[in-house]
Ligand binder design. Structure first.
Ligand code: DLL
Length: 436
């Protein structure tokens, strides 16, 4: 079903006109209320077309950090009914705020994404995104309630309890990170529960990068159709975009609220549909913390072709990586997702992997630690101690050289020894260069 068909299937020209009208309004609002924008937009002419946005400067994470905690708010703090914070890896987090109307918008866009994923009123939603400062738990919680679902606010972690609740409450939809979906699938398998015995039918998985090969593992492991959910705290949290369960070919961006652009990572120049670059968002309707041309750092492309589901909203491809996750190994740019996609083409391997980056002299070295499958381990008598180990490692190293174009060392791990999500986002890269 489509939650707000009047917006989600709006003809392109009407959507463009709506975006322009909202853009003009939000720019005037920000010029009036936020000192940083008043200064930065000084001398930049009024917006007359959507293209005029291209003359605006980008807003970056540093702008939020530099004005921490409330400096970019466009309303008095007293009008904010909610704050969330995103945990940065370094230094202070970023604080984001919602007025009462923003919380309502947060609920509506999440009701939309749950419906895109296959959710319907009356279904049970098992929400295993973390509750608290992280936007995932509460965002999908409000979205599920708004759609008319029965929401089970499990939050992340305590895997045994999650399994028991799924067995007892028979949810139709689950929301969690893709790495945690795999943890749950594996825990069910260890209990001897087969995918067709699990009530779940749909999943909204995201909040971290993942690949088509991982989707196949999640679908098979839980007996579901998983769709990609994308969002970030600065823009609203979850609810920015989601794939429709019909096509699963790109995530529909709630464009009437979040205007997407793709720009060149180096020059910042706009790129045409279909080309990969950095995703940039302008919020069109938020009150407490609207942002103009926010540089997400996420790499993807846009597609505005009509979709089988009937929505006219542009679709963004699965995130290839973040500009700041990109590794440069012997001059070759590599995203962890490229390694993931490749590893999962090897039947003996599992999606439980990690990249360890070290520096020897002036060269970056990457070691891929990846867990082998149970069946490989059982078949190779003696498991990883057997003499099949080095030939398999060699084979994977060769595949990496040939498909990615750079060398990495591969180390096989025994089943159970690879990294697992314990409920939240899983760090795929262990960067030891800074420590050295
Ligand atoms: O992760 C919001 C969210 C919650 C999205 C629940 C989806 C589901 P942050 O913690 O601020 O917000 O992290 C945002 O996570 O810039 C991306 O780098 C990454 N990310 C989010 N969704 C995806 C996805 C939430 N589907 C940052 N694929 C973003 C790849 C994703 N990366």
């Amino acid at each position: 079903m489509i939650f707000e068909p009047q917006f989600e299937t709006m003809p392109r020209e009407k959507l463009d006109a709506l975006q322009l009208e909202r853009l003009q309004r939000i720019v005037a609002y920000l010029r009036e209320r936020v000192p940083l924008y008043r200064e930065r937009l000084d001398g930049i002419p009024e917006i007359r077309s959507l293209e005029d946005l291209r003359s605006f400067p980008f807003t970056r994470k540093a702008d939020l950090r530099d004005t921490y905690p409330f400096g970019l708010f466009a309303v008095p703090r007293q009008e904010c009914v909610r704050l969330h914070a995103s945990s940065g890896t370094t230094g202070k987090p970023i604080v984001v705020a919602y007025t009462r109307d923003d919380v309502d918008l947060f609920a509506r866009v999440n009701a939309r994404v749950l419906a895109m994923a296959g959710g319907e009123p009356g279904m049970v939603l098992h929400n295993a995104y973390g509750y608290g400062l992280f936007t995932g738990g509460l965002g999908l919680h409000y979205g599920g309630e708004r759609l008319g679902m029965t929401v089970v606010p499990v939050s992340g972690g305590m895997t045994e309890r999650q399994l028991g609740l799924i067995e007892d409450l028979c949810p139709d939809v689950i929301t969690c990170t893709p790495s945690y979906a795999l943890t749950l699938a594996q825990a069910f398998a260890e209990r001897g529960v087969t995918p067709d015995e699990i009530s779940l039918r749909f999943a909204c998985v995201g909040a971290e990068p993942w690949t088509e090969s991982m989707r196949a593992e999640i679908d098979a492991g839980l007996g579901i159709r998983a769709t990609n959910i994308y969002g970030l705290s600065e823009i609203i949290g979850p609810g920015v975009s989601n794939e429709c369960v019909e096509a699963r070919k790109g995530s529909h961006v709630n464009e009437d609220h979040f205007l997407p652009e793709i720009v060149d990572p180096e020059s910042g120049e706009p790129l045409p549909d279909g080309e990969q670059g950095v995703l940039v968002f302008t919020t069109l309707t938020k009150q407490a913390l609207p942002l103009l041309r926010y540089w997400t750092g996420d790499i993807t492309s846009l597609d505005r072709e009509p979709c089988a589901c009937g929505r006219t909203l542009a679709r963004m491809a699965l995130i290839a990586g973040r500009t700041d996750d990109m590794l440069i190994v012997r001059g070759v740019n590599v995203y962890p997702t490229q390694v993931e996609a490749m590893l999962l083409q090897v039947p003996e391997l599992t999606p439980h992997y990690r990249l360890v980056v070290t520096r020897e002299g002036t060269l970056d070295e990457v070691e891929v630690e990846v867990e082998v499958s149970e069946s490989y381990s059982d078949a190779a008598a003696g498991g990883l101690e057997s003499d099949t180990r080095r030939p398999l490692e060699d084979r994977v190293e060769k595949l990496i050289r040939e498909t990615i174009g750079t060398s990495m060392r591969v180390t096989l791990l025994a089943p159970g020894d690879g990294p697992r999500s314990e409920g939240g986002k899983l760090a795929r890269v262990d960067d030891r260069r800074r420590l050295a």
